[in-house]
Design a protein around this ligand. Structure first.
Ligand code: PGA
Length: 255
C-alpha cells in the first residue's frame, strides 16, 4: 500500500509565538481526523521544543532542517543529531539545495551527515535535485545519480527504510513554478530504479518526496504519481490552512 509523508520545511520563518499558533491550530485539526498520511513539521532549531510540546501526544512528528556530523565538541553554532533526538526530533532534512548553495555543503559532507543522523536513529530526508542549467544541458539524471551514489555511499541496505529522499529541482524551489507531472514522474522513477539497483529490495521501501512550489492546487496530481510518497513543502507549509489542505489531498489519494 502506498505510504505518504507530508513534511513542512519552515526554513528561517516563524517566531516562537507564530510557531505555537500554527501548532495549536494543527493540533485541533489532527485531533478531529483519523489520518493515514504521516505529518512532519520541521521548524527552525530554536522553536523545535515549543512545537514538540504542543504536538507530542499526536502522530505528528517533528524534525530539524539540518545537523552537523560530529557528536559534540568545539563546533561553534552547530547542532548534533543526538541533541535533536533529545528534544523529540525523529527526522532531519539533509543536503537541502539552500545548504548546498549558501553554506557550501557538498556530496561528501552530506554523506557524513546522513551516516551520523542514522547512527543516532534520526531519519534523514536527503534532498537531491538539479539546477535549471543542469536540466537544460540534459544532465538531470547524471546529477541525481551522482548525488545519490555519493550521498548514500557506505550505507547498509538494511537501514534504507530509515531514509527518505526528497527530489527538489532547484529551479522549482520557492519560484512558484513547480516541475510538471511528467518531469516529476520521470525523476522519481529514475530515483526508484537507481535505489533498487544500489540496494535491491530495500530500495523499494524508501519514501521519495517531491518538493518545489508544491501547494494545495497541484498536490493531488503530483501525489497521484506512482513513485511519489508525499511532499517536502516550503512556502505553502507556512500557512496552517493551506498545509492542512495539502494533507487532505494526500488523504484523498490514500482513501
Ligand atoms: P517551496 O520550498 O515549497 O517554497 O518551493 C520547498 C523546499 O525548499 O523544501
Amino acid at each position: 500500500m502506498k505510504q505518504m509523508l507530508i513534511a513542512a520545511n519552515w526554513k528561517m520563518n516563524k517566531t516562537r509565538v507564530e510557531s505555537e499558533s500554527f501548532a495549536n491550530e494543527l493540533l485541533s485539526w489532527v485531533e478531529k481526523n483519523n489520518l493515514r498520511s504521516k505529518i512532519l513539521i520541521c521548524p527552525p532549531f530554536i522553536n523545535i521544543p515549543f512545537v514538540y510540546n504542543i504536538l507530542c501526544k499526536t502522530a505528528v512528528q517533528i524534525g530539524a532542517q539540518n545537523c552537523f556530523f560530529e557528536k559534540e565538541g568545539a563546533y561553534t553554532g552547530e547542532i548534533s543529531p543526538q541533541m535533536l533526538v533529545s528534544v523529540g526530533c525523529k527526522y532531519v532534512i539533509i543536503g537541502h539545495s539552500e545548504r548546498r548553495t549558501h553554506f557550501g555543503e557538498n556530496d561528501e559532507v552530506i554523506n557524513r551527515k546522513i551516516k551520523s543522523a542514522l547512527a543516532s536513529e534520526l531519519k534523514p530526508i536527503f534532498c537531491v535535485g538539479e539546477t535549471l542549467n543542469e536540466r537544460e544541458m540534459q544532465l538531470t539524471n547524471n546529477v541525481l545519480e551522482r548525488q545519490i551514489r555519493i550521498g548514500l555511499c557506505a550505507i547498509d541496505s538494511n537501514i534504507m527504510e530509515n531514509i527518505v529522499i526528497a527530489y527538489e529541482p532547484v529551479w522549482a524551489i520557492g519560484t512558484g513554478i513547480s516541475a510538471t507531472t511528467e518531469q516529476i514522474d520521470e525523476a522519481h522513477n529514475f530515483i526508484r530504479k537507481l535505489l533498487v539497483d544500489l540496494f535491491g529490495n530495500s530500495g523499494k521501501a524508501v519514501l521519495i518526496l517531491y518538493g518545489g512550489s508544491l501547494n494545495s492546487n497541484n498536490a493531488y496530481e503530483i501525489f497521484s504519481l506512482e513513485n511519489v510518497n508525499g511532499g517536502l513543502i516550503g512556502k505553502a507549509s507556512l500557512d496552517v490552512k493551506e498545509f492542512i489542505q495539502i494533507v487532505e489531498k494526500s488523504e484523498q489519494i490514500l482513501s
